[in-house]
Design a protein. Structure first.
Length: 648
């Protein structure tokens, strides 16, 4: 960060000040360019006058490694001499004794071991507080570590706009700051460029006070690493976003780095602030910040391993997608939670395949294996894009393309593009002479028919699909989801009680098979059927069950439809304010997706009736006011209102 610009960090300043009140030694750690030194220097300014013995900042970036020389450097920085014959360390202890002093040891990385020894010798001095900055811990028993992260998003944007002035026209500063991991140095380097949005902050030079580029900053970190850590840094650069230890072992183990050496190398990179770590439901995850990843990629090229590591990365995630597809049958929520974390890597693996004509079939295989993400877990838009691009790139018929076609038809139905779904299914039939996908084609053709109100055609097609799925032992995504089509067709035919029976049968089968996602769809239909039969309480319970399940999977399609059904049920119980609020929230969220809703004629009719009744009872002004209020809340908040059954 430029010396004359300091933005944000209020929380850090407060917390580090509080630490120094109770701890004799605090070390600020963090990645290259994160602003550790600037934070320490600004803290010194805020503490001016609070230490009778003074505040001293010692720059150790060029210090030599022996203890005597280091003590001499600190003595010179604090302006203290020494008596003839007194060793530098003893003179330093004498100079700092019996005084309220803050000693800042800045940039300790090159002499980390010696600094640790020095701090251990100085720490017993009464009244002395030591603040160190380093990319890695000093390794002392009672060391108080304070990790420094990137700037808060709002502060990062403020810094960028303050430095770049008018050269940000036409770009999104928030997006650029996110791409730069909110690192102050990277933001400064981008801001100094004539075109910040396209700046190469990795090699760009700036007038910053220490590092001339992010490459120089990371080069310093690279020198601190041992050979195994350097190899891992280079190989881990093929990952995007976060990654787990299992992936590192499968992708990065090769000559120069064994599986047994991986954990220590990971810990070493974490300790040197090259990697960042985070705990989650699926265990520890690691991340290489963007500029550190770019530095690693340069070294990977120098090692001549880029092609091999990218193929290993692709193979790992292709294998993971195949295991996830099988595992989804009974461990849906576990696989959803895991794959959500891998989305950036999955996308990178797909893009790797799409960029190479001889690999495109594998790309289609990967994207087809993950149908549950695109169709069931709220990722309709990215799935739609990846499927369409893969199908456009790989035109040769084959099993991977056939599967991608019916998956794309399913996603198209979810997104309300029924015409495209119909065309895609016709293409699937034309390219599948051996009828491997016939059951799915019939299933989704039946889905299209029921959405258009054609009960006879829907029942004929779904019967064919169910027979084929049952014969093949295909429970999900084959047989179980067909219950939704059967039940919807029965409701369209006016057989509401029969539909309830079918839905309960489907729910029981879902429970025995561990299919939690289809249960979400069945509960939504059950709520509608029970409402039509006058069972308002049962309908309300079913829609709440559906919303809870959809929330677990991030299933925006079911959440939006669930809000609509909840609004219908609320209107039936004369909870007019809640009903109007939910209608407004659902409509706004639907508009935000950019695609028309894909709802059955039954729900369309229920919504129209509910809205007419609400307008009649509430009056246009109050109804419009509440729907407008609903349109201003986000989907998550609207779902909370629906689950609580109140607008408060």
């Amino acid at each position: 960060m430029r010396a004359d610009v300091f933005v944000g960090r209020e929380k850090e300043l407060t917390e580090v000040s509080a630490l120094l009140e109770k701890a004799r030694h605090v070390t600020l750690t963090g990645a290259a360019g994160v602003g550790k030194s600037r934070l320490a220097l600004h803290l010194v300014r805020t503490l001016e006058g609070e230490f009778a013995g003074g505040l001293h900042v010692v720059d150790l970036s060029d210090a030599s490694g022996d203890l005597a020389s280091l003590a001499e450097t600190v003595l010179g920085a604090i302006g203290a001499g020494r008596r003839p014959g007194v060793l530098p360390l003893q003179a330093l202890i004498e100079a700092l004794s019996s005084r309220q002093t803050l000693l800042v040891l800045d940039t300790c990385d090159r002499v980390i071991g010696t600094v640790g020894t020095l701090v251990e010798e100085l720490r017993p001095i009464d009244g002395l507080r030591i603040l160190a900055t380093s990319r890695q811990r000093l390794g002392l028993p009672d060391e108080h570590l304070y990790p420094v992260r990137g700037l808060l998003p709002a502060d990062a944007v403020y810094l960028l706009t303050a430095l770049a002035d008018r050269r940000l026209d036409g770009m999104d500063p928030a997006e650029l700051c996110e791409r730069l991991d909110y690192l102050p140095l990277a933001i400064e380097l981008a801001a100094a460029s004539p075109d910040p949005g396209r700046a190469d902050v990795f090699t760009a030079s700036s007038g910053t006070w220490r590092h001339s580029s992010m490459r120089a900053a990371h080069g310093w970190s690279h020198e601190l690493c041992d050979p195994r850590e350097r190899v891992l840094w280079a190989r881990a650069s093929v990952f995007s976003g976060t990654f787990g230890l299992e992936a590192v072992k499968e992708v990065c183990v090769a000559e120069g780095l064994t599986a047994d050496e991986i954990p220590d190398a990971v810990l070493g990179l974490l300790d040197k602030s090259v990697l960042t770590g985070e705990e989650g439901e699926c265990g520890p995850r690691y991340r290489l910040p963007a500029t550190a990843r770019e530095f690693g990629a340069v070294w990977l090229d120098l090692l001549g391993e880029t092609g091999e590591m990218r193929r290993r990365h692709r193979d790992h995630f292709l294998d993971l997608s195949a295991r996830a597809e099988v595992g989804w049958q009974r461990q849906q929520l576990d696989w959803y939670r895991r794959l959500v974390l891998e989305c950036a890597n999955v996308r990178q693996a797909i893009e790797y395949c799409y960029a190479r004509p001889d690999e495109r079939r594998k790309g289609l295989e990967l994207v087809g294996n993950l149908w549950f993400l695109w169709a069931c877990c709220g990722m309709h838009a990215p799935g739609d894009n990846l499927l369409q691009r893969g199908l456009d790139l790989e035109r040769t018929p084959g099993p991977e393309r056939t599967k991608a076609l019916w998956v794309h038809a399913w996603v198209s139905i979810q997104r309300g593009d029924l015409e495209r779904a119909e065309r895609t299914l016709a293409e699937c039939v034309a390219e599948d002479p051996e009828e491997h996908a016939t059951a799915y084609v019939s299933q989704f053709q039946a889905h299209l028919a029921v959405l258009r109100g054609d009960v006879g055609t829907a029942l004929h097609l779904i019967k064919n699909a169910r027979v084929r799925h049952r014969s093949a032992g295909n429970i999900f995504p084959g047989f179980l989801p067909t219950y939704t089509v059967v039940a919807t067709a029965m409701m369209l035919a006016g057989s509401f009680q029969q539909a309830v029976s079918v839905l309960h049968e489907g729910r029981d089968l879902c429970a025995s098979c561990g299919d939690r996602w289809t249960l979400i769809r069945l509960d939504l239909l059950l709520a509608q059927a029970e409402h039509l039969l006058g069972g308002t309480d049962a309908a309300a319970a079913s829609v709440r069950d559906s919303l809870r399940g959809a929330r677990l999977f991030g299933d925006t399609f079911s959440l939006l439809e669930g809000l609509e059904v909840a609004a219908v049920v609320a209107e039936a119980t004369a909870d007019d304010a809640l009903a109007a609020l939910l209608l407004g929230a659902s409509e706004a969220a639907q508009t935000g997706t950019g695609v028309p809703p894909s709802r059955s004629p039954i729900l369309t009719s229920l919504l129209r009736t509910a809205e007419l009744r609400l307008r009649g009872r509430m009056g246009r002004g109050r109804f419009d006011g509440l729907t407008e209020q609903g349109s201003s809340i986000d989907l998550r908040t609207a779902v909370e209102h629906a689950l609580r059954g109140t607008i408060s």
